[in-house]
Design a protein. Structure first.
Length: 133
């Protein structure tokens, strides 16, 4: 299948389509390459201005060279990455299982990224289908 035909279901996040409803999708930050297809899905279905992806694991980064050229892959730890940019949506695709998402994880993400959200922006954890902002 071609990359632009990806769906939330193909990415394992079918129930999160509603997250984008009523939200501006201009500037998006994805924490973790996750199931790999999510950044490509966003680029091809939401037409954002910016998709930045933070991934700490160098071997993973070296395998996603096929990503759309409008996806910026940044080699950093998702819990400590800092930027001056502001985003409409920050997607935390760094957890494998719902049980991996602790309150400490959520507090750290909120503390680190709240100042990077535009007005009405959202921090989303797909694996638990939570909006934590």
């Amino acid at each position: 299948a071609m990359m632009h035909s990806l769906s939330w279901y193909a990415c394992g996040h079918d129930d999160l389509r509603a997250v984008f409803n009523g939200t501006t999708c201009r500037d998006i930050l994805v924490l973790g390459v996750g199931l790999v297809c999510l950044p490509e899905y966003i680029i091809h279905s939401k037409s954002p201005s910016i998709v930045d992806v933070v991934e700490e694991t160098a071997p993973i980064i070296s395998t996603v060279t096929w990503f759309d050229s409008n996806i910026n892959v940044l080699n950093h730890n998702a819990f400590s990455y800092t930027t001056d940019k502001e985003y409409d949506i920050i997607i935390c695709d760094i957890f494998a299982e719902p049980s991996d998402v602790t309150q400490d994880n959520k507090d750290t993400l909120l503390s680190n990224y709240s100042s990077n959200l535009k007005a009405g922006g959202r921090i989303i954890i797909p694996v638990t289908e939570e909006i934590i902002s």
